[in-house]
Design a protein around this ligand. Structure first.
Ligand code: ADP
Ligand code: MG
Length: 334
């Protein structure tokens, strides 16, 4: 009798472990100047909803701190007070800028959060290209090594210096949203802040999350690769097709080489895959600027894998992530 009882409880345990009742719950909102989608695995709708809403609240809080287009944000306050005074900031702002400075060092200045003095000169909406003189002038204010962090205070030592968190804030936000979902007891989730995506756990059917990488010269839905995110993993893609315009036959896009003040040339799409969204986001931007050889080397040394596409359509993938990446289409156009 006792044995039967044990067997029965074992059977019950196995059944309750099966994910029949687990489903996906998903919600999208416009945030951080883009679409954010949160997907969670749960067997309880209410629990899923509470967790998703809490994650969105966190993202809104971060957006209020980091949004350089909003005069009320802490980043705008730091920029406004450049050359005047130190600004007391929230812990997340100090952390974000701290990470950015570290990535700046690791990428030899390819990632430079003070590139704002130059990025602010381009107007992608009205197709405005700054003059070489304007660019040269603005480059004087670009140097992440001059940013001062003292405890919870941040200071830009010269008027005209500007922080632009656009190359790292979305990945950082994805990391924080995932932390919130875990804290709410969610076993699996995928957070997509536009092209900065982080997941953990698995889908209800036990399969890993899959993320497509966009064909840099195709339509929005065209992809050339599918990446599996196993365990806890993030992927970020930087491309010259996200924000750009063509003027006099030349493509002007939003990833700026801090050495020249001009859009970086060579690669047209860079995806970085690895543990932290803060790193995948900023490294995607940096590798795009560093170029295939140096970029790949730096990312791999930090434990991150790369999928990159050059202007001829050649795709190159890091050895370490080949098992996760399936190329679904060739991009060579000749
Ligand atoms: P997206 O914003 O499309 O996700 P990225 O993550 O590549 O693309 O970030 C591009 C943004 O990063 C730019 O819009 C700008 O705000 C910022 N940025 C551009 N060049 C640099 C750079 N050299 N270093 C740091 N940030 C940069
Ligand atoms: Mg980026």
């Amino acid at each position: 009798m006792k044995r039967v009882g044990i067997i029965l409880s074992l059977v019950f345990f196995l059944i309750s472990c099966q994910s029949h009742s687990e489903r996906l719950f998903r919600k999208s909102e416009i945030l951080m100047d883009t679409i954010v989608t949160i997907t969670v695995v749960s067997d309880n709708e209410k629990k899923a909803e509470v967790a998703i809403d809490k994650a969105f609240r966190e993202l809104k809080r971060l957006d209020r701190l980091f949004n350089a287009f909003s005069p009320q944000s802490e980043v705008s306050d730091i920029n406004r007070k450049a050359g005047e005074k130190k600004v007391k900031t929230a812990e997340d702002t100090v952390r974000l800028i701290g990470y950015a400075l570290k990535i700046g060092e690791l990428t030899n200045g390819a990632f430079d959060i003070t590139v704002g003095a130059v990025t602010g000169l381009y107007d992608f909406h009205n197709k405005v290209v700054p003059s070489m003189r304007q660019i040269r002038e603005a480059l004087r204010y670009v140097d992440f090594r001059r940013v001062v962090i003292e405890g919870d205070r941040v200071y830009l030592p010269e008027k005209g210096m500007r922080i632009d968190p656009g190359g790292i804030a979305k990945g950082y936000a994805a990391d924080r949203a995932i932390e919130i979902l875990k804290g709410e007891g969610i076993k699996g989730a995928l957070v997509a802040v536009a092209g900065d995506i982080k997941g953990y756990g698995r889908k209800p059917d036990g399969s890993p999350w899959r993320v497509g990488i966009r064909d840099p010269r195709g339509d929005r839905e065209d992809i050339f690769a599918v990446v599996e995110l196993r365990d806890e993993m993030a992927i970020s893609t930087s491309g010259d097709y996200e924000r750009y315009f063509i003027k006099d036959g030349k493509r002007y896009h939003h990833i700026i080489d801090p050495n020249t003040g001009l859009p970086a040339e060579g690669l047209i799409s860079v995806s970085i895959i690895g543990k932290e969204g803060t790193y995948t986001d900023s490294l995607a931007t940096a590798v795009f600027i560093m170029g295939a050889e140096e970029g790949k080397k730096v990312a791999e040394e930090l434990g991150y894998g790369v999928v990159m596409v050059d202007r001829k359509g050649n795709i190159s993938t890091s050895e370490s992530i080949r098992g996760l990446v399936k190329i679904t289409k060739s991009l060579n156009r000749d």
